[in-house]
Design a protein around this ligand. Structure first.
Ligand code: SAH
Ligand code: SF4
Ligand code: F3S
Length: 450
């Protein structure tokens, strides 16, 4: 029996790529192993966003090497952003890898497995094509699904490796996205999260596979559309209950997107809007293409238009040249904005990026200390924000049994995207329910059905 196990590092993009890789393998007759030790093929889908992510991968790879010593027939495959970044040179460090492929070669996995019988099989070419659309994903959840709307990134923020490992920005045809969502809904899906590194710029360079017949039937023409228009089309799909998307770039947060979020009933009241820093000189050197005032104006308009909006963000502490004053600007911004969630990181050098050559790289202890201050402040803000929700009635989409495995308990998400756990019968899975929040923890709420 052919079996596999996939270990995924990194962002939702990688999580969804792993779902496609699992789909491909299942279509080839593989079954998924519970335990790593039992798998004939172990695939590491890697992330290169920060040095720490890279270290995590190499330590997992080292452990696999030990397993392979005991079980030489086990195949080790490496995909994702580090595979793309390193290419063949990874084999100098880890010659025991059997299969190595990049982000745009996911569809090649079955042929690479065959090829690996004769030695390491490698494909890290950039095709910039329509690589993933036809792959049947084996999704984690039947109720909530990731759907790619675009690939790659053209923004070249000076700290970021993504444009180098994911390639140029390409948008999928609207018709193909809509067909995929319609098919998902037919199989029970009720919520989609649209994925792209910068979804707000969706539709610029659209790539051109054949349009799907169902798209033409809907009477849409062949024109490309922009992101708010795409949201409107997806909002019209019967049976779908909710739409989310990540990530939004502040520079592309248009008035029409704000209008779409305010007026389309299925679009949830949540946005991830990475600020990175509140200092204009740092933002300039990051090549973010907005000022702090731009960010605040757009966020203000969005908060005015969308009631009870949850806003989360990304912050980089200790970017090259960041002064104490720059850093304090970020701290006061966090105090003013009061984000519902943040992902904060200390600046980390990445290969090929322009920030490597910027003056004023800061010592690790300064970056650590600033990161700690950001996290400490945000912890306090989040505790206050979560406590403020106790007693409120939230609409939750029920996704399945509570992950803790406790009998009779269900898990779902509020419209703001918070996990909420409560007691209820399994028939509620896939349905919207009303839940009164009785307890707020850092990463989830507990509630009772009302
Ligand atoms: N396209 C998305 C996600 C990018 S990666 C976006 O633009 O928001 C997620 C986050 O990782 C970034 O927003 C940034 O805060 C952080 N990040 C990226 N490169 C980094 C680096 N070299 N050092 C520290 N943090 C980094
Ligand atoms: Fe990286 Fe910037 Fe693109 Fe986001 S927008 S993926 S931070 S280059
Ligand atoms: Fe990491 Fe690649 Fe995503 S570098 S954050 S897995 S795009």
């Amino acid at each position: 029996m052919k079996s596999f196990k996939i270990l995924t590092f990194g962002c939702q993009m990688n999580e969804h790529d792993s779902e496609k890789l699992a789909g491909l393998l299942k279509a080839e007759g593989y079954s998924e192993s519970e335990r790593l030790e039992d798998a004939g093929l172990v695939l590491l889908n890697t992330c290169s966003i920060r040095e720490k992510a890279e270290q995590k991968f190499y330590s997992a790879l080292g452990k696999l090497r030990e397993l392979k010593k005991q079980n030489p027939s086990m195949k080790i495959a490496v995909s994702g952003c580090i595979a793309q970044q390193e290419g063949k040179s990874m084999l100098r460090r880890a010659p025991y890898i059997d299969i190595l492929f990049g982000n745009q070669n996911i569809d090649k996995l079955p042929s690479l497995i065959e090829e690996s019988a004769g030695g390491t099989a490698i494909d890290t070419r950039f095709t910039d094509g329509y690589e993933h659309t036809a792959i049947p994903a084996s999704r984690e959840s039947a109720v909530a699904a990731f759907v790619n709307i675009m690939y790659g990134c053209d923004n070249f923020c000076t700290y970021c490796v993504v444009p180098f490992v994911r390639g140029r920005e390409r948008s999928r045809r609207p018709g193909d996205i809509i067909r995929e969502v319609e098919e998902l809904v037919k199989s029970g899906c009720r919520e989609v999260t649209l994925l792209g590194q910068n979804v707000n710029s969706y539709g610029k360079p659209v790539i051109t596979p054949p349009l799907s017949p169902s798209y033409l039937k809907r009477g849409m023409n062949e024109k490309n559309c922009n992101f708010p228009e795409l949201l409107k089309e997806i909002n019209a799909i019967d049976g779908l209950l909710r739409i989310r998307f990540v990530t939004s770039h502040p520079k592309d947060l248009s008035g029409s997107l704000i209008g779409a979020m305010a007026n389309l009933p299925k679009v949830c009241n949540a946005i991830h809007l990475p600020l990175q820093s509140a200092s204009d000189s740092v933002l300039g050197r990051m090549n973010r293409k907005y000022t702090f005032t731009d960010y605040m104006n757009r966020l203000g308009a969005l908060r005015d238009a969308v009631p009870d909006l949850a806003v989360s963000t990304d912050i980089i502490a200790g970017f090259p040249g960041e002064t104490e004053e720059d850093f304090q600007a970020t701290i006061s911004a966090l105090e003013d904005i009061r984000f519902d969630g943040i992902f904060a990181f200390k600046y980390s050098n990445r290969p090929n990026t322009a920030a490597l050559k910027l003056p004023g790289h800061l010592p690790e202890d300064v970056r650590d200390e600033r990161l700690y201050k950001v996290l400490e402040l945000q912890d306090k803000i989040m505790q206050e924000k979560i406590s403020a929700r106790i007693g409120l009635v939230e609409e939750a989409l029920v996704e399945g049994p509570d992950k803790s495995g406790e009998m009779g308990r269900l898990t779902g998400k509020t419209r703001q995207g918070k996990i909420v756990n409560f007691e209820g019968p399994p028939e509620l899975v896939g349905r919207l329910v009303r839940v009164k929040v009785i307890e707020g923890r850092k990463h989830s709420l507990a509630g009772v059905l009302i």
